[in-house]
Design a protein around this ligand. Sequence first.
Ligand SMILES: [Zn+2]
Length: 288
Amino acid sequence: MQLVVLLLLVLSVPGEARAFCRSTTCIPKSAGDCELDEQGCRTKGKPFFWSSGCVGFSLHERGSNNISQGEIERTFHAALRAWSVVSCSGQPASFAYGRQENVVCEVGHDPRGPNANVILFRDNGWPYQGASNTLGYTTVTFESSTGRILGADIEVNSGQNIITTEDRGVRYDLESILVHELGHALGLSHSNNPEATMRASYAEGSTDMRTLAPDDLEAVCTVYPPWREATCDLTPSGGFTDCRNKMPPPRAPELPSCSHPPGPPGVAMPQLLLPLVLLALRRSLRRS
Ligand SMILES: [Zn+2]
């Protein structure tokens, strides 16, 4: 109910108020620490961004016991494509996702070595709180002084939800979940626009998050405009690894709560990794 009230307030804002929000480096230690504007967007901290014009993502090799590998691959490609063919007044946005080979890496970022941005399925237990209503989870590691994103990993709660990939008999649509989480991975927070793929909650049976709404497109074109000078390099920070001959990277500590309550989003946990000061921000998609 609070969410509905909030939406109505936002929609009643006069003028051309935008709805999308960017994630920022402001990490609240307690409620009210990071100021929000009238749309619920954080106004403090440096907004997140990738400096590269393209970013590579990998699937975890073990896939999911509940979804065929072929369907995972197909859906993964479709989700990457959703954010990669954005036109900004006829010009391509200066951002695209690319596919990298499958890996065995777990969630985390290693500041001392090569990395992979990975999508993995949690068939056997969800390692965070809020499992009952959480569909997906994105961990973004960023440079605290600039907001530059260094890595992102996406987890799908496939053990406690019936994840579907087809157009019929939709329950919790994998493509919708991945498109939403890839939006967090490119630096976006939740939007108050009820039609945006980046809204905070997903209604069972829907597939509309597969397609970016005007609000999502405006977000990409604002953060990654065509005129931005950015070279395309899919290689993750520190180089690419499939983790086969590598110790697992450090993992961010678990959060006390990962599901967003109705209203302004915000869960974060700082992780100090010297020599760079890096922070990990986690965001979840919840069922409505
Ligand atoms: Zn989300």
